[in-house]
Design a protein around this ligand. Structure first.
Ligand code: GDP
Ligand code: IMO
Ligand code: MG
Length: 424
């Protein structure tokens, strides 16, 4: 039985947590394949909200085995804190498996993320300051510590001593900070973190291929999104991993042909947190309205999200980059009170019209969006359970997006609760 991927098609926070939770009802395993606790995936079930960062969103179901794949970077303290919070709410996390090849976020990663952002000043990326970029940089530089190193104190300590020597030079000589102590780091990581995480550490590649072989259904839950992708996003205003569907293979160990259904997810408008180009960005009253109605503040960081009109240029690119087989549109209800809604159907720059984003970032910064205006529906959509019964303007809006994007729309979200959606 081939696997399904859920991938964000914008700049994150499209509702991947909610969609994963929704689809997990018919899955057996849910895998996170990249990112770390920069993610914030919010799920609401019967009025109770869960904000997940590292634990896969399928965890709320007892029949699901949640897996943290090799492509994820893990801050053990955050992982354990999240497990404790979920357990206190009655969610059983005992089935969680963690790849031994996943990399560890270390205290110096977090410190360096903060310091480099400060150093960049007005050019700062607006990262989540969670140490994500520095941890992936060390992975690429082959000086990272991995989850499996927690099982071998001698190796862990050798690697830590080697890497910390260089980190401390940077911290003290470049940033004028106090050096960090290997002893203190080792005590925490090899102590309580190792003790509690050891039972979860597994060969997740073998596990995933074994379960796939006996016909179980696997869902791969992306974090971040297509335009935050290190290769395909608006570099350098991106994260340091590959959220695109191809990353689901490298980040889990499944082969590309194991991934058959790729579900993209987009808001009925668009948001972005942090710096970087944003062609359809809205300021003023309409922007404030979307922020307010959509509660557009970071799930974990609390930062106000920038908002804009739906951008079909980016959506078309996301279809290509991810081989999307379908797309879920979320938060249509947020547009309920608007008289008119705009959709960006193309960009224009220096007399050239673009149906997909221009490859040169300088051009992207200069484009003017070309909009089509659609009528609003002026009614509360949150209670609808059947697409056919929704106001014609809302159905036409979805039909217009479908035509612009070019792939079927399989789900439309009408509220944060698990049941608040319709199928066109
Ligand atoms: P993720 O990072 O992609 O999982 O998305 P977040 O959880 O960070 O942000 C999405 C927010 O929208 C969360 O607060 C969800 O509860 C909420 N949400 C998801 N789908 C819908 C929807 O269809 N309508 C409304 N109003 N809220 C939604
Ligand atoms: P989910 O999974 C929205 C953004 C940050 C910043 C850039 C780099 O909830 O959709 P990083 O800390 O990753 O080095 O920051 O990426 N970013 C997100 N924006 N949703 C996310 O995750 C994000 N994860 C990172 O705001 O602009
Ligand atoms: Mg989020």
């Amino acid at each position: 039985m081939p696997a399904t991927v859920v991938v964000g098609t914008q700049w994150g926070d499209e509702g991947k947590g909610k969609l994963t939770d929704l689809l997990a009802g018919e899955m057996d395993v849910v895998v996170r394949y990249q990112g770390g606790h920069n993610a914030g995936h919010r799920i609401v079930v019967a009025g109770e909200a869960f904000a997940l960062q590292l634990v896969p969103s399928g965890v709320l179901y007892e029949h699901i085995t949640p897996v943290i794949g090799n492509g994820v970077v893990i801050d053990p303290k955050v992982l354990l804190g999240e497990i404790d919070t979920l357990s206190a709410k009655g969610v059983d996390c005992s089935r969680l498996l963690v790849s031994g090849n996943a990399h560890l976020i270390m205290p110096y990663h977090q410190e360096l993320d903060r310091l480099t952002e400060r150093f960049l000043g007005k050019n700062a990326l607006g990262t989540t300051k969670r140490g994500i970029g520095p941890a992936y940089a060390d992975k690429a530089a082959r000086v990272g510590l991995r989850v499996q190193d927690l099982l071998d104190p001698k190796i862990f300590r050798e690697k830590l001593d080697m890497v910390l020597y260089e980190k401390n030079l940077v911290l003290s000589k470049v940033y004028n900070r106090l050096p960090m102590k290997a002893e203190e780091i080792a005590e925490a990581y090899l102590g309580v973190y190792a003790e509690r995480i050891a039972p979860m550490i597994s060969d997740t590649v073998t596990y995933l291929h074994d379960v796939l072989g006996v016909g179980k259904r696997i869902l791969l839950e992306g974090a971040q999104a297509t335009f935050l992708d290190l290769d395909h996003g608006t570099y350098p205003f991106v994260t340091s991993s590959n959220p695109v569907a191809g990353g689901a293979a490298t980040g889990s160990g499944l082969g590309p042909r194991d991934l058959s259904r790729i579900v993209g997810i987009a808001k009925a408008y668009i948001t972005r947190v942090g710096a970087g180009p944003f062609p359809t960005e809205l300021e003023g009253e309409t922007g404030d309205l979307l922020v307010e109605r959509g509660h557009e503040f970071g799930t974990n960081t609390g930062r106000r999200r920038r908002v804009g009109w739906f951008d079909a240029v980016m959506a078309r690119q996301a279809v290509r980059l991810n081989s999307l087989s379908e797309i879920a549109i979320t938060k249509l209800d947020v547009l309920d009170t608007l008289e008119e809604i705009q959709v960006c159907v193309a960009y224009e720059a220096a007399g050239v019209r673009y149906a997909v984003p221009p490859y040169h970032q300088s051009t992207l910064h200069e484009v003017t969006p070309i909009y089509e205006t659609l009528p609003g529906w002026g009614r509360d959509l949150s209670g609808y359970t059947r697409f056919e019964e929704m106001p014609v303007e809302a159905r036409d809006y979805i039909a217009f997006l479908r035509e612009q994007i070019g792939v079927p729309i399989s789900v439309v979200g009408l509220g944060p609760e698990r049941e608040q959606f319709v199928r066109p």
